[in-house]
Design a protein around this ligand. Structure first.
Ligand SMILES: [Zn+2]
Length: 70
């Protein structure tokens, strides 16, 4: 996702769409935090399905060296 469109000037609090305040020329930053979380909330389910916590899982992973050495 791209950066948030709505920006707020750090100096005068004006809302705008650009990173530069149209009113005072100050720096504008995102007006509100992003609504999505960078953390994958279903990661524990995915790990369960793929059996990451079971023994031998790491051996099932593909490796680069096996094809490179041949
Ligand atoms: Zn401003």
């Amino acid at each position: 996702m791209a950066r948030q469109l709505m920006q707020e000037c750090r100096d005068c609090g004006t809302y705008c769409l650009s990173l530069k305040c149209p009113k005072c020329g100050g720096v504008a930053t995102a007006a509100a935090p992003m609504k999505w979380s960078p953390e994958d909330k279903r990661a524990h389910l995915r790990r369960q399905i793929e059996g990451v916590e079971k023994q031998g899982w790491s051996e099932s992973l593909p490796t680069l060296s096996s094809s490179e050495e041949e």
